[in-house]
Design a protein around this ligand. Structure first.
Ligand SMILES: *Cc1c(COP(=O)(O)O)cnc(C)c1O
Length: 363
């Protein structure tokens, strides 16, 4: 079996895959209503929220677009905090729909500084919302969302969070951290295939929604809410993924959120220790290293493309490369969702063999 260790799509347990082969049902019938209500209730537990949670059919980026268009109007000023590829994407979506985007960019590999966000909000009272990535998958950095939330909410602004590669894997209490719109994606920590994006919507976000004038049709939270009251989604959902989701959520609740978070922390530490033992430099600043994805800086002489090819072809091990200007400069190990210590041991066994072949002598 392939050892798929990219930060999404992540491997799915056998029982999840089996569930996807079930016959179709009427998505406007009682059986689906029961399923949707069950899944939504279980998701709320893992989101740690009492607010509305919606299952939307689409990838994570669709969820980010939904977040933007449901709380903003063209011309609204937003602070877009970016520490990598996905932060930039969030800003680009807002810009595309006519928001007046004030970028706050950080060097890739570093986390955002909550004090600078405080200053930016203090200086400009017209900033209505802050867009922020909780866990930047492209660099392997987790932002200090609790602190960021404190400064954003003290300033009374909307907090719109890309939690696509963090929710369900690492600490992310949606209500405690007063997130107004929170977005995640099925293929990251949730042990199910791509196809769903899940969003939580706070009371303050609903108030913003009532005024928000950005164009939207497919991604309309108000429609999602009114259909959910009937146990439905506005449009035909990815039924098979919802089947799979119930099984995956049962598994997650059985392990418990505390157990899930502890496992991710333990495995991430093991990955970072293993990387250091190979003499390789971690790319992300270690104080903010992600517990779902680890980025490794390629030292002089290491051909990343060749390394990934050898791992893939000779070891059935698939790791992630760098994105955009980090291509060839870093590689990434995904360790979220269905991941065990043994999976990581196998990655390192393969790396020990493949690294010298790709130009890096392990000390
Ligand atoms: C994966 C990811 C996305 C994009 O999700 P898609 O499902 O590929 O659209 C956005 N943000 C973060 C942090 C991600 O990890």
């Amino acid at each position: 079996m392939t050892n798929l260790r990219i930060p999404g799509p992540t491997p799915c347990p056998e029982e999840v895959l089996k569930e996807m082969s079930r016959q179709m049902i009427n998505h406007r019938g009682p059986e689906f209503a029961e399923l949707l209500n069950d899944v939504t209730g279980k998701l709320k537990q893992l989101f740690q929220t009492k607010n509305d949670v919606f299952l939307l059919t689409g990838s994570g980026t669709g969820g980010l677009e939904a977040a933007v268009v449901n709380v903003l109007s063209p011309g609204d000023r937003v602070l877009a905090v970016s520490i990598g590829v996905f932060g930039d994407r969030f800003a680009a979506i807002a810009r595309q729909f006519g928001a007046d985007v004030v970028p706050l960019n950080y060097e890739w590999g570093k986390a955002a500084d909550p004090e600078e966000i405080r200053k930016a909000l203090g200086k400009d009272h017209n900033i209505k919302a802050v867009l922020v990535t909780h866990n930047e998958t492209s660099t392997g950095v987790t932002n200090d969302l609790a602190e960021i939330s404190t400064v954003v909410k003290e300033a009374g602004r909307l907090l719109v969070v890309d939690a696509i590669s963090s929710l369900g894997s690492i600490e992310m209490p949606v209500d405690e951290w007063r997130c107004d719109v929170t977005v995640t994606g099925s293929q990251k920590g949730w042990m199910i295939p791509p196809g769903l994006t899940m969003v939580a919507v706070s009371q303050q976000a609903w108030e913003a929604n009532a005024e928000a004038r950005m164009p939207r049709f497919y991604w309309d939270f108000a429609k999602a809410r009114s259909y959910l009251e009937k146990g439905q989604t506005p449009w035909t959902p990815a039924v098979s993924i919802v089947f799979a989701f119930r099984v995956a959520l049962d598994r997650m609740l059985e392990e418990g959120l505390t157990g899930i978070i502890a496992r991710h922390a333990r495995i991430a530490r093991k990955v970072r220790d293993g990387v250091k033992a190979l003499g390789l430099p971690l790319f992300a600043e270690e104080s903010h290293a992600s517990d779902t994805v680890t980025s490794i800086a390629a030292p002089e002489g290491l051909d990343v493309k060749k390394l990934l090819k050898i791992l893939r072809e000779e070891h059935q091990t698939v790791l992630g490369g760098g994105q955009q200007h980090l291509m060839g400069k870093i590689f990434r190990i995904g360790h979220l969702g269905w991941v065990t210590e043994e999976d990581i041991n196998m990655v390192f066994q393969s790396l020990m063999i493949a690294l010298p072949q790709a130009g890096y002598e392990v000390a």
